[in-house]
Write a protein that binds this ligand. Structure first.
Ligand code: C5J
Length: 221
């Protein structure tokens, strides 16, 4: 076992069972005119982490470790979109409506694609998920088992919604979860800060948190 300096204490991991999970780095969340923007958010906050997520991804690729990307999106016929989700709030455009990057949060549309800087390569997994958590209505859990993964490093957006939900789901299923704090972002700085704090509070009740450089040092060692 190796360790990564982290909060609330060092993260023990075996590189052979360690994978990177990049949550929802899609144009719909980080680009203008997408889902995030339709809800009134400042998407530029999220664009700032792209180089850091890229460095983390490159490190995992160089180390030959598993990489899983997720995309929050729905089927074109909206059959996996609960009315409660579509009708929630008062967005400028609802999920399924036509926007500048195609239909909002719909699989196959330009907005649902992972941003060009973080495009998956052959051998990496891409999970399309209709919920905030990656386990719900997907084969994410089966892929983790098939890849023999136990230690999961998390990056992506948004910290307190899809990242935290997936970390909590993974934690409940017995996975050891580490969040790269500078490779995740929220539209709300105070929510990111609170999510990071609550993940590693109480002796790591959801998991561990650390910076990307600490992770890269450990996996390249
Ligand atoms: C949101 C996500 N925020 N990927 N989705 O609705 O966090």
């Amino acid at each position: 076992m190796k360790t990564i300096p982290a909060q609330p204490f060092s993260f023990p991991f075996d590189p052979q069972t360690t994978g990177l999970v990049i949550i929802d780095m899609q144009r719909d969340f980080v680009g203008p005119g997408g889902f995030g923007a339709s809800l009134g958010n400042d998407v530029e906050r999220l664009q700032a982490i792209i180089p850091t997520v890229q460095r983390l991804l490159d490190g995992f690729r160089k180390a030959g470790l598993s990489v899983i990307h997720t995309r929050e999106c729905h089927k074109p016929d909206l059959s996996d979109l609960p009315p409660a989700k579509r009708h929630r709030g008062n967005p400028a455009l609802r999920i399924g409506d036509a926007g500048p990057m195609g239909r909002i949060l719909i699989a196959g549309e330009p907005g649902a694609e992972i941003i060009p800087e973080l495009q998956p390569v052959e051998g990496e997994f891409v999970i399309d998920k209709p919920g905030k958590g990656a386990f719900y209505a997907t084969d994410f859990g089966e892929i983790l088992k098939a890849e023999n993964l136990q230690h999961l490093v998390f990056a992506g957006v948004t910290t307190e919604v899809c990242v935290q939900t997936t970390m909590r789901e993974a934690n409940d299923r017995g996975y050891d979860c580490l969040l790269a704090t500078d490779a995740t972002e929220s539209y709300f700085p105070e929510f990111k800060q609170a999510a990071v704090a609550m993940i590693c509070a109480q002796g790591g009740i959801v998991g561990w948190t650390t910076e990307t450089d600490r992770i890269l040092e450990a996996i390249s060692d």
